[in-house]
Ligand binder design. Sequence first.
Ligand SMILES: NC(=O)c1ccc[n+]([C@@H]2O[C@H](COP(=O)([O-])OP(=O)(O)OC[C@H]3O[C@@H](n4cnc5c(N)ncnc54)[C@H](O)[C@@H]3O)[C@@H](O)[C@H]2O)c1
Length: 251
Amino acid sequence: MQMKDTCAIITGGASGLGEATARLFAESGAKVTLLDRDEARGQAVAAELGGTFVLTDVTSEESVQNAVNAAVAAMGKINTVVNCAGIGTAEKTIHKAGAHSLEHYQRILNVNLMGSFNVARLAAVEMAKNEPTEDGQRGVIISTASVAAFDGQKGQVAYAASKGGVVASSLPMARDLSREGIRVMAIAPGIFLTPMLMSLPEEVRQQLAQDVTNPKRLGDPREYASLARFICECGYLNGEVIRIDGALRMQ
Ligand SMILES: NC(=O)c1ccc[n+]([C@@H]2O[C@H](COP(=O)([O-])OP(=O)(O)OC[C@H]3O[C@@H](n4cnc5c(N)ncnc54)[C@H](O)[C@@H]3O)[C@@H](O)[C@H]2O)c1
């Protein structure tokens, strides 16, 4: 798919990896609709890019259906989804206060895993209505996992489980949507310099960078965005997860 023909909804588009993706896609000629729960930031980014913002909670069926409808109204169609909305956390399976909070565990799975699926499934209904390309293609869904899906660290049991679910969904969803000509991919980032990490002290950031094999630095969100663009453009990528991590393997 060429970027000039791309009509993308980008969740988490108000910040970090989603924002970088929205910027690169818009610069490359795509139409973008940003879905986020951060209204002020989302509106500002969308206005700058000539795109649309829809206040959305990815965990809610009603909210996402409303966002999908608004995106179709604004762009004419949806042929690309980039799922970047997500939350992180740290809690061990047991700790001084007792067992891992079940509510906390459910919240992480709800946003990261169910939220991604909720957007994918409702957007896929719209994508299935698109005119197919010569190659029979109607769209692509890209979700964001994490290297924690493979090498989750202490305190990351809920986060790693949520991201493992995103990885595991790629192939069966690609199979489910093959008849409709919709590809499904996941990206597993290492450690990227997004607002979450920018709040850490410089020495902690340098320490994290030292753990990366090569290059010894944190990922630039624009590198994530360029991989998302490549996945859109390269029509033979499907049902797979791609790590983008400078060969980082977390302890
Ligand atoms: N930054 C990293 O190093 C890194 C590494 C691996 C994976 N990831 C994953 O990449 C994705 C983006 O991370 P980021 O670093 O850009 O984070 P970020 O905090 O900068 O951005 C996440 C965005 O998601 C939005 N969001 C959160 N919950 C939402 C909900 N329920 N509904 C709608 N929007 C919601 C937030 O408002 C925010 O704008 C996340 O899924 C994260 O787990 C990030």
